[in-house]
Design a protein around this ligand. Structure first.
Ligand SMILES: [Fe+2]
Length: 411
């Protein structure tokens, strides 16, 4: 069998693949099998499921489909760990993932080792179409690394013992700066990923979009500003809310960001911590972001205004997850790395959008209904995963992600 170091030298994707696969295992190193099987609600998955499903992606789309003679670890796992790919057939119900006490966490680790070894052997000989799927698999696994953290946060938040997962927490990166408005003039701007280099299909094609005169805030909204919104009756003033949002607030009894415990403390991945008033507010829904912006006499930026403003910012300088832990913020900060930022844009296809070929064409395109775009990256986003053209998306009531906002206004 070829060694990993040999294959890293043989193919440039090898090192990125090994680092990504290793980080996933690092993330669960402190979890028990019981921890890893918790599913706090239907849209959040157990940590073990994230480990298994990200492995399934490589086994199904790369090894099974492109490596002659590959022997799957366990044929039943194709059913068990398919997420939503209709082209892959039937699957275990999403809301019942927490019932899968078997396979054990150790068995899933062994399955991952089986797949890693097979990928190592196959990588030097894979055709370009399969290498593109390996690269997609790396970015897919990075997305699940973030979901693993947001889902374990939701699970641990249910436990009165308030266990800590790790030291991660949104840092006061650039929110300590006074609010200022970056000018955006009327202009045609190029939006979307260039034709070469990795991007998800929904980031293409690159195309021209007209911006109208506007300003966009230099930083995100802070916890301190959110406390003012609460104190001013923000959650009980119907005129601030979209109709759907107001129904949601009243039905769910929403009165603060998801993990606030009173006005002074919040539950975080590091356990219960004092709320840092200078840090970006996090774990708010699109409905809340929209209501706050209206209260502040502003609005949310469109995804195009956001991308045009920060296209030249370097996401590698943000405060993002690395194998050594979150990368420290640079002085003054930037738009990437504390919280994902809600925009006022619905997740829709760009002009000329074409889904990726094959089963992975279900990755993004079929979700272009009822979802809003978030830009940037969060403290739980793996380093190097996000770009200015990245379009994260969630339904407007979702708030278990590291989601905040920055303001915009018409000029
Ligand atoms: Fe997935």
């Amino acid at each position: 069998m070829a060694t990993r170091s040999h294959d890293e030298a043989a193919h440039p994707l090898g090192a990125q693949l090994a680092a990504t696969r290793g980080l996933t295992l690092d993330l669960v190193a402190g979890l028990s099998d019981a921890d890893a099987n918790l599913q706090p609600f239907a849209d959040a998955s157990p940590a073990k499921w994230h480990l298994a499903h990200s492995n399934w992606f490589f086994e199904a789309f790369v090894l099974r489909d492109h490596v002659p003679g590959y022997r799957p670890f366990d044929d039943r796992f194709f059913y068990l760990f398919n997420s939503y790919y209709e082209g892959e057939g039937e699957r275990h119900p999403r809301a019942r993932r927490g019932m899968l006490s078997r396979p054990s966490l150790d068995t899933v680790r062994n399955w991952r080792a089986h797949v890693d070894e097979a990928l190592d052997r196959a990588l030097p000989g894979l055709p370009p179409s399969a290498l593109a799927l390996v690269e997609l698999g790396i970015h897919h696994e990075q997305q699940h690394q973030e979901l693993l953290q947001t889902d374990i946060l939701a699970a641990f938040a249910e436990n009165p013992l308030e266990p800590a997962f790790g030291p991660l927490d949104p840092a006061p990166c650039f929110a300590t700066e006074p609010l200022a408005w970056l000018p955006g003039r009327e202009s045609l701007v190029e939006i979307g990923a260039p034709a070469t280099g990795f991007a998800f299909d929904c980031e293409r094609p690159r195309h021209a979009t007209l911006l109208h005169p506007h300003g966009i805030a230099n930083r995100c909204v802070t916890n301190g500003e959110w406390a003012e919104f609460i104190a001013d009756g923000g959650y009980s003033t119907a005129s601030l809310w979209l109709s759907d949002g107001w129904d949601w607030v009243r039905r769910e009894g929403i009165a603060a960001p998801l993990y606030w415990r009173g006005g002074a403390e919040a539950f975080t991945l590091a356990g219960r911590r004092p709320i840092d008033r200078a840090a970006p507010v996090s774990h708010i829904s699109f409905y809340e972001a929209d209501a706050f912006a209206r209260w502040a006499g502003a609005r949310l930026p469109t995804e195009f205004e956001w991308e045009a403003a920060f296209a030249s910012a370097d996401p590698m300088l943000g405060h993002q997850l690395d194998r050594a832990g979150p990368v420290l913020p640079r002085p003054g900060g930037g738009p990437f790395g504390d919280v994902w930022q809600w925009t006022g844009s619905a997740f829709l296809p760009y002009p000329g959008f074409a889904p990726a070929e094959g089963a992975v064409g279900e990755y993004n395109g079929k979700f272009m209904s009822g979802q809003m775009v978030l830009k940037g990256a969060s403290c739980a986003t793996p380093r190097g995963h996000s770009r200015a053209s990245t379009r994260n998306f969630f339904p407007p009531s979702a708030r278990w992600q590291f989601s905040g906002l920055r303001l915009a206004r018409d000029a």
